[in-house]
Ligand binder design. Sequence first.
Ligand code: FAD
Length: 542
Amino acid sequence: MTDADVVVVGAGMGGMAAAVTAAERGLRVVLLEKGAKVGGAAAYSGGQVWVGNNHVAARDGIADSAADTLAYVTAAASRDASSLDRRLAEQWIAAAATAARWFEDIGVITWEVIPGYPDYYYPDLPGSRAAGRYLTGAPFDGRRLGADRERLLVSPHFPVGIQYGEMFAWGGMSSRTEWDWDLVAQRRADDVLTFGTGVAAAFFRGVLDRGVDVRTGHEVIGLVVRDGAVTGVRVRGPEGETTISGQVVLCTGAHDWSAELSAKFTGIPDDDGGSVAPNTVTGDAIALVEPVGATPAALPAWAAPVLPGYRLAEPAFDGDTGYRACFEHCLPHTFLVNARGERFCDDAFHPRIVAAALGDEQGGNLPFFMIWDSRHHRKYGLGATPPGGEYPAGLVASAPTLRELAVQLGIPGDALETTAARFNEHAVAGEDPQFGRGTNLSVRLFRGDGRHAANPNVGPVDEPPFFGMRMRLLNTGIAAAGVRTGEHGRVLDGAGAPIPGLFAAGECATRAAAGVGYNSGYSLSRAMAFGFLAASAIADAR
Ligand SMILES: Cc1cc2nc3c(=O)[nH]c(=O)nc-3n(C[C@H](O)[C@H](O)[C@H](O)COP(=O)(O)OP(=O)(O)OC[C@H]3O[C@@H](n4cnc5c(N)ncnc54)[C@H](O)[C@@H]3O)c2cc1C
């Protein structure tokens, strides 16, 4: 048996924030990670950490306040106001700003504001900002990890090495023809780590520098309980089953890869779902806390921050699950339709797609399909397929007419033609009076073609041949359900009382601090803030 002051379970964003904090405060920390590498979904992520009223924006002369941040978070959750716990929201907002500054002060990470990137609902919601709330790490030199570099996950979903400012200047996430590929290659050769991989690398370095005992390949399979208090964990590793004593901070992430939990909490059928997170993210905390009387709390399925995507018929690299998030549906010369061949929402803005596809509007729109034309193919490509390239086998249908394409996709051809005609009539002028595609500022900037005149997200679908594929709603390491927690991430029992010795942070904990509202960057921010709070509470009590 090993003795520690704190046992942190899961080495993603929440776990590494908790481990750094506890170790910096002088506690003995063991960090257990069931995967072969550290980083979790955080290392796969875009590395956007949404922090209102943060010191980096203030340094750059951008004005903000905790009150405006709370107003925005509250308004974003207003469709189900009861889903938001105001006390937890206030604690998250304050702690995220404090933790961001503290982690920089103690040398863990250097933050940068993602330039010119607005809140999802700017300017529509009160308290929203045109820029300043998205932090990400300054480029991290992977060589600083030495031999431990091997133990860090690297994102297959983002062009690790380049920075947001560069990507925006080159036309956005989807304008890959315009990118400076020589520079990208140089950054890769120099092992420059950016996006979520860069943030995870910085925290991993911080963990190692503070002498945390990091054990990869170690899965926590149970809690040790004495007299109603959690006093440690049971862990399975290469040496067999052992026990480690200490107060426990669960940071096991979301439930993406548990078919049972995903079916229960998001209701997305297998054929329409999947995940772009690492496959070790399996919702373990929910079962781990059951014996101590804690229960999960869930948000409605329509609030799940899943992403439109698809699955390759063949994996592209060793360990590849084939799931890919799709950004190309946001570009000109494409739209989405349901099985009736009809558009059903602002199909460039993913929260609207998710809400509409999961039945919030018009009685449900699963399955749904992306339809595009030869201009889209020529200009943008799809995922790793370069513009004009051949799409992966078995993924994309193609035909000289929309009617023939519809037959291949199993949707009515006359309806698809009518839909295209209606869309094209206004798309020439970059408009979509039906659903307002191309009006959301964040989508225009981050997911459009900045060089496409009239509208970065809207262009007609009228040049043959036509293409189509069935889409999925992919989980992104952000959970619909998590363990019920209170202030400082204390896990609560069925009666709402804190269970001594047990904390949870990140996506394994309920999203009550943000409720049904979602803005990119909330997840990493909450994980960082509550990891920091949980470890601070343990340190303060000693
Ligand atoms: C492609 C992609 C892009 C994203 N972009 C963003 C973004 O820009 N901004 C944002 O805020 N969010 C983003 N997210 C979501 C974000 O990455 C996650 O919500 C966040 O990482 C959650 O942090 P966490 O600490 O709770 O869990 P994770 O970072 O997922 O870490 C959980 C860790 O726990 C480990 N674990 C699980 N069970 C056990 C066990 N029993 N024993 C030991 N270890 C265990 C897992 O292996 C994993 O390493 C993105 C996600 C993806 C996949």
